[in-house]
Design a binder for this molecule. Structure first.
Ligand code: ATR
Length: 291
């Protein structure tokens, strides 16, 4: 067969292995672009397709994907928690986070993983920033924050303070972890201010500052944050949020959300293909659409 007919993240043929994204909606996802660029670069006959699945059709969708021989899928909002009941095996990462963002179909079994969990930590590590024994402060107590907390726990952080606008919700959130290193409080509290004073890593896990609300940022008293603290954001659009611009102006090294998006995708890529992901290509594909 001539090269032109081989999938490689674009052209689909009878031999093309399929992966995709289960969500509702899926139109705005950048994952098809990142993964198809990666498959092309790696010379793999794979193609990544967006799959809009209504919540009521989720069980049927999982059976259908198995029946059609899909290699795997990513899972996004609103299915990440609900999908667990339709899987055969749940990996430790997904058990810890309580949510699945990647499925592998193999030998008739659907196995769920959570690659968000290590996505942010890996993006730090790729910049030579270690996590072990570090004091971490996260802003936001939703699903993304939960994945980061698990990643920081797994990689040996000393403490993880989670602050958000609602003290009640945040305390419930932190109490849901058995690990005593995780503490939660309102981000306007004295406890939060104390944690900020000694933090090594501070990350925004709220959607505050995400396109189109690019003029907003979560509230931080920058005078309290040690100058050497690394400041991160999980938002990747815009690439440099107002939060990160302010942090940079205050003298901090900043880590943007593109790294986490690429790393969670890279982990999924290796689960599906058992190959080393072409991370640079994945970064370039993302950077080309988010300026
Ligand atoms: P996800 O589950 O995708 O992480 P989310 O649940 O919408 O996202 O929000 C994550 C966190 O950001 C939550 O702590 C949320 O606070 P609430 O639980 O009180 O909604 C917080 N958050 C979302 N929008 C916010 C806003 N405009 N201002 C402050 N905090 C916000």
């Amino acid at each position: 067969m001539s090269k032109e007919y081989i999938g490689h993240g674009g052209q689909i043929s009878g031999t093309t292995k399929l992966v995709g994204l289960l969500g509702w909606p899926v139109e705005h996802s950048l994952s098809p672009l990142i993964h198809n660029a990666a498959f092309r670069a790696a010379g793999l006959d794979y193609s990544y397709v967006p799959l809009a699945v209504h919540p009521e059709k989720l069980a049927a969708a999982v059976s259908g994907l198995k029946a059609m021989g899909f290699v795997g899928v990513n899972v996004t909002v609103p299915h990440k928690v609900k999908i667990i009941e339709f899987l055969d095996v749940v990996d430790k990462s997904a058990k810890l986070v309580g949510a699945v963002n990647t499925i592998v179909f193999e030998d008739g079994l659907a196995t769920g993983y959570n690659t968000d969990m290590n996505g942010f930590v890996h993006s730090l590590q790729s910049e030579n920033i270690g996590v072990r024994d570090k004091q971490v402060v996260l802003m936001g107590a939703g699903g993304a924050s939960r994945a980061l907390v698990c990643g920081f726990i797994e990689h040996g952080a000393a403490s993880i303070m989670v602050g958000a606008r609602s003290s009640v919700k945040t305390e419930e959130f932190s109490a849901s972890f058995e690990d005593k290193r995780v503490i939660g409080c309102g981000w306007d509290s004295g406890d939060f201010a104390e944690a900020i004073k000694t933090c090594d890593i501070l990350v925004n896990c709220t959607p505050v500052g995400m396109y189109p609300n690019i003029g907003q940022e979560p509230p931080v008293d920058w005078a309290l944050v040690p100058r050497q603290a690394i400041v991160g954001d999980i938002i990747y659009n815009p690439p440099l949020t107002k939060f990160l611009k302010t942090a940079h102006a205050a003298g901090h090294r900043v880590i943007d959300g593109a790294g986490m998006l690429v790393e969670q995708g890279a982990l999924a890529f290796s689960l599906w293909t058992k190959q080393v992901p072409p991370r640079t290509i994945m970064h370039q594909a993302l950077a080309a659409v988010i300026k």
